[in-house]
Design a binder for this molecule. Structure first.
Ligand code: AMP
Length: 198
């Protein structure tokens, strides 16, 4: 599958260890140099801002999607290729995934989790087919990944669902992860139905 547009979910927090900031900037740079267009939440702060700056400085195209109410408390990133203002958070999530070929979750808080779990759910139901890759800087996602495996062990998901996402320790491995992502199809809907009564 060829990848053009990549959606990146990322923290808004500014109070983060430098390793998170540099990983986000490097991710943006790598995506830009690979010719990918980046779609993200539009914020100029935290890992969102660092990732966007990394991509823009490397000559990349970066599209932000922000709900109108957020523009009242913070400015969207000023240097973006394009900034789309939408009605609400739901519309933003929909727009961020429109035409997206792959999703990346940098470390983040509940906003990032929500976005990540929505796209995982869509993939489980065969409505999103692209790679989903977690950037596991400083092992940030270790517990989440263990918990997802626990969910499979307890039969809330099937072992096949473990193929829906991958994690990489370093942004340098992102393009390889895209290439190695197991194929997924709209038949996933039936696979999901296979988690039946024991
Ligand atoms: P969090 O991980 O809780 O910091 O939330 C970050 C994610 O939620 C991003 O991917 C954005 O789409 C969205 N988000 C949350 N807060 C903001 C903000 N202040 N500015 C822009 N987007 C935000």
């Amino acid at each position: 599958m060829s990848i053009d547009r990549v959606t990146v979910y990322a923290a808004s927090s500014q109070a983060l260890h430098d390793d998170y900031i540099s990983a986000a900037a490097l991710l943006g740079e790598i995506l830009a140099k690979a010719g990918h267009e980046v779609i993200f939440g539009g914020g100029g702060h935290g890992l969102m801002g660092a990732m966007a700056n990394g991509a823009l400085q490397a000559g990349g195209r970066v599209h932000g999607v922000m709900p109108a109410f957020l523009t009242k408390i913070e400015q969207g990133h000023p240097g973006l290729t394009s900034l789309e203002i939408v009605e609400d958070m739901r519309t933003r999530k929909e727009k961020m995934l429109e035409g997206s070929d792959a999703v990346i979750a940098l470390p983040g808080g509940c906003g990032t989790f929500e976005e990540l779990f929505e796209v995982m759910t869509l993939k489980r139901l065969g409505q999103y087919l692209g790679p989903i890759v977690l950037i596991n800087t400083r092992g940030y996602y270790d517990e989440l990944l263990s918990f997802l495996e626990h969910s499979v062990k307890e039969h809330f998901m099937s072992p096949t669902h473990l193929n829906m996402w991958q994690s990489v320790a370093h942004p340098a491995d992102i393009l390889q992860a895209f290439g190695e992502a197991p194929a997924w199809s709209t038949n996933a809907l039936h696979e999901s139905a296979a988690v039946k009564a024991r």
